[in-house]
Design a protein around this ligand. Structure first.
Ligand SMILES: Nc1ncnc2c1ncn2[C@@H]1O[C@H](COP(=O)(O)OP(=O)(O)OP(=O)(O)O)[C@@H](O)[C@H]1O
Ligand SMILES: [Mg+2]
Length: 226
């Protein structure tokens, strides 16, 4: 079953947020596991809050006791039990990225729409390509713009348009900067628990749906191409 890894060695690019939004969306319908491969354990801490408030989603498994020695074994075991396995890596270059890449079916590189962030993301794509050479295996990957503004500045628009015009794969869906996406880390639970609690939650849910549908489409396309 597909393994989707969120990788970007630049800290604070939106990996954990996008990974958790996707995991919660997938878990609405299918058994889904998320591996918290960041030693600071942001997803384990989200799980603790969710458990305390009784808002931890059914169908979701969080695994956080991972390290370089056991990451591949954990992925293999979770693949047997879940329809989707998501890996959230830390924001540092580490061997974990290569191990996760070795077992991934799709890699998402979350990136803010700022010049320095795009340059850092391009370096990550370079590192991924070296991993593919080492493994003698290509894994489909795509940039995912995160924390984007609803109303874009001229420079952000130029950066995004410039990239979308290259052959580098870029997700059509962007993860906009939205309060509910950071609120779930403070209060536990999912964006679906915020229906009727915060304003504009429907827009957030629509966006995460579109992101999830695009990912599933891309997984299907890559399977067809294989
Ligand atoms: N789409 C978003 N809307 C609002 N806030 C966001 C969004 N994405 C990320 N954030 C906030 O930005 C900060 C960094 O995000 P996040 O932790 O997801 O990045 P990361 O790439 O996982 O970071 P690290 O490299 O440290 O693991 C967090 O405070 C998070 O709440
Ligand atoms: Mg993170």
């Amino acid at each position: 079953m597909p393994v989707i890894t969120f990788a970007n060695s630049k800290g604070g690019s939106g990996k954990t947020t996008s990974a958790l939004l996707l995991a919660n969306a997938l878990a609405l319908g299918k058994p889904t596991a998320i591996i918290d491969a960041d030693p600071r354990k942001p997803i384990a801490s989200w799980k603790k809050k969710s458990d305390e408030r009784g808002t931890f989603p059914a169908n979701l498994t969080v695994v956080s006791d991972v390290n370089e020695d056991n990451l591949i074994d954990k992925i293999e075991t979770l693949k047997q039990l879940n329809t989707f396995v998501i890996v959230d890596l830390e924001g540092l270059a580490s061997k974990m990225m290569s191990y996760a890449v070795a077992r991934s079916d799709y890699i998402l590189v979350p990136c803010k729409e700022q010049q320095q962030d795009v340059e850092a993301a391009l370096q990550v794509l370079g590192a991924l390509k070296r991993d593919f050479q080492m493994l003698n295996r290509n894994v489909p990957f795509s940039l995912l713009f995160t924390m984007t503004k609803y109303v874009k500045s001229r420079s952000s628009r130029a950066i995004v348009d410039q990239l979308k015009a290259t052959t580098i794969a870029v997700f059509q869906t962007e993860i906009t900067e939205r309060d509910p996406y950071s609120q779930i880390f403070m209060r536990g639970g999912t964006i679906y628990d915020l229906k009727g609690v915060v304003t504009n939650i429907d827009k957030a849910i629509e966006e995460v749906d579109a992101f999830t549908v695009e990912l599933i489409d891309r997984l299907k396309q890559t399977r067809k191409a294989a």
